[in-house]
Design a binder for this molecule. Structure first.
Ligand code: ADP
Ligand code: MG
Length: 288
């Protein structure tokens, strides 16, 4: 006997390094009318590197970086990996932090040698002294602030490369769904705008916390869309769960996202997505 078309499409996905969790997920994928992308780790490679350290106050570059790296070491966020790697490359000692906690979509906090350290989005600076964030952000870098005992001590500028297949994937998905994809990101508007322009997305919503990403997905659904959310998993779990179909890029193996997503792209390759969407369409057509 031949395999039912939906199962055949799922099996086909498996051969291409895509894990589809159910026939229901495959059907939902085929009904997509708009695709919403996360930025960091999804349209970009998710392997940022540290471009500069700007001290504010008495601590020098290395001291700022060492403090940040100590606080970031327990984090699974790609920005954290870049900070730790940069500290290692400079041969800096990385102290063991205690009391680590992650604030999703914002940053991390930890105690490092008796100092309360926060590393994260400039949005955390609310109410603190103005620091030269905008100048660094204008270049499209993701700027992260390092705060020690409540005072900003430095800024880190991090840069991530676009995935080589991002623009082509966006274009193919726009064509397949008939609607322009949307970008949802926790990063600031300048960094978001740079990536959006490079991949050909004009609908950009920046500065979103994880729950706000989910709310944006919900708004699209309320407007009558069937939403496919594509995320790398870091901070995307609520949005993945809210979408009609959620795809996680599983290359980094973020457990929560792999659990929440309906579909996991195991091989870290964005361009399999339009193929899979096309297959799910064909499968549906045969079923109907
Ligand atoms: P995106 O939506 O682009 O994938 P995230 O939601 O993961 O981004 O993060 C949003 C913002 O929160 C980042 O741009 C950064 O400013 C801050 N942030 C989150 N986690 C960290 C971290 N571990 N270290 C520093 N900054 C962080
Ligand atoms: Mg992300």
């Amino acid at each position: 006997a031949t395999m039912p078309p939906l199962l055949a499409a799922i099996a086909n996905g498996g051969r291409r390094g895509v894990l589809v969790k159910s026939a229901v997920a495959m059907e939902a994928l085929g009904r997509t009318t708009v695709v919403a992308f996360d930025k960091t780790g999804t349209l970009t490679e998710g392997r940022p590197h540290l471009e500069s350290v700007t001290p504010i106050g008495e601590l020098d570059e290395d001291a700022v970086l060492a403090l940040a790296a100590a606080a970031e070491r327990p984090s699974e966020h790609p920005l954290a990996g870049a900070v730790v790697q940069a500290a290692r490359e400079r041969g800096l000692p990385i102290t063991d932090a205690t009391d680590f906690s992650a604030v999703p979509g914002r940053g991390v906090r930890a105690t490092v040698g008796g100092t309360a350290v926060v590393v994260g989005s400039p949005a955390l600076l609310d109410g603190l002294a103005a620091v030269p964030v905008a100048r660094l952000e204008a270049d499209g870098a993701t700027v992260v602030v390092v705060i020690a005992d409540g005072r900003p001590v430095g800024l880190l500028a991090l840069v991530d490369r676009l995935r080589s297949d991002a623009a082509e994937t966006v274009a193919r998905l726009a064509e397949l769904t008939g609607n322009a994809p949307v970008l949802l990101t926790g990063d600031h508007p300048a960094a978001a705008a740079q990536v959006a322009a490079a991949v050909g997305i004009s609908d950009v919503r920046a500065g979103l916390l994880p729950d706000a990403k989910a709310a944006a997905v919900w708004e699209l659904r309320a407007a009558g869309h069937r939403v496919l959310l594509v995320g790398d998993g870091v901070n995307d779990a609520p949005a993945l769960a809210t979408a009609d179909a959620g795809v996680a890029l599983g290359g980094r193996g973020v457990a929560l996202a792999v659990e929440t997503a309906d579909i996991v792209i195991v091989r870290d390759d964005l361009s399999t997505l339009p193929n899979l969407l096309g297959l799910s369409r064909q499968a549906r057509r045969v079923v109907l």
